[in-house]
Design a protein around this ligand. Structure first.
Ligand SMILES: C[S@@+](CC[C@H](N)C(=O)[O-])C[C@H]1O[C@@H](n2cnc3c(N)ncnc32)[C@H](O)[C@@H]1O
Length: 259
């Protein structure tokens, strides 16, 4: 299914191994995961039927079901992630609201009926070619009701470059995409829009956090020689601020609308 390997490890094996990591399964930066989840809770209308593309251990779906009374379907290509998600859904007593399946993208399956809203959180960056990424993104339209939205929360080179520009000025190493990720380019993604399915808006959902954690805190830690911590005081404060100060950080929400 996926050919990219690092040290002999495939992308699927990489995600299978991370499934047991709880709130760090999707990324070690659990503060960022919290920012993304708060964005989802603030953006997804209450009572929506939602599809989670690459749902991992199901934490976002569980949060939307618990806080916003959503119901829906999550799928992931990792059997271990789906096992972890099933256990978490069971523990939360949300089996009536959330269904889980093991499936790969592309395409995004359209076999579970139409959704009000679909979202992905750093899932499509795991596909190895632009062609596969484009096919996956555009196939979301087939799962949505007319007027439905796709919150494409993925990583973009654009914001990464903004951050690295300031890191270089401070004498910090630039941050590169991990071996298993192919980051998107914003202008290219927007150009995939058609009259029937189009990018309506881009939100820099983690800009303030990335500026303060990856530039200001990173420099202070370098000066003091202290090891970097995701849960540093600065990072935790940064996560509580409005996030659209600037256009920093790779993680953005590209909001697609189906006509
Ligand atoms: C960064 S994690 C995010 C998980 C979850 N959405 C979250 O935010 O915690 C990416 C997820 O995408 C899944 N994934 C990666 N490539 C996939 C593919 N081709 N098809 C389906 N799922 C995939 C991985 O197994 C992993 O669970």
């Amino acid at each position: 299914m996926t050919a990219a390997v690092s040290g002999g490890q495939s992308i699927l094996a990489f995600w299978d191994e991370r499934a047991a990591l709880g709130d760090r399964a999707g990324t070690n930066d659990f503060v960022l995961t919290g920012i993304e989840q708060r964005f989802l809770v603030d953006t997804v209308p209450k009572g929506s039927r939602v599809l989670d593309i690459g749902c991992g251990n199901g934490a976002s779906l569980i949060r939307l079901a618990a806080d916003n009374d959503c119901r829906g379907v999550g799928f992931d290509f990792s059997a271990k992630m789906i096992e972890a998600a099933a256990a978490a859904v069971d523990e939360a007593g949300l089996g009536h609201a959330i269904a889980l399946h093991r499936r790969p993208v592309p395409p995004v399956p359209n076999e579970w009926g139409a959704f009000d809203l679909a979202f992905s959180q750093r899932c499509l960056i795991n596909l190895e070619t632009r062609a596969a990424q484009k096919a996956a993104a555009l196939s979301v339209a087939d799962t949505l009701k007319p007027g439905g939205r796709y919150l494409m929360i993925e990583c973009f080179n654009d914001g990464g470059e903004e951050t690295n520009l300031l890191r270089r000025r401070f004498g910090l190493e630039p941050i590169a995409a991990p071996w298993h990720n192919l980051f998107f380019d914003l202008a290219e993604v927007k150009s995939w829009s058609t009259p029937d399915f189009y990018v309506e808006r881009v939100i820099h959902i983690s800009s303030t956090y990335h500026f303060l954690s990856r530039v200001v805190y990173a420099k202070l830690a370098q000066q003091s020689g202290a090891p970097l911590r995701y849960d540093s005081d600065i990072n935790l404060l940064a996560a509580q601020l409005p996030q659209e100060i600037g256009e920093f950080g790779p993680v953005k929400a590209c909001i697609w609308r189906k006509a």
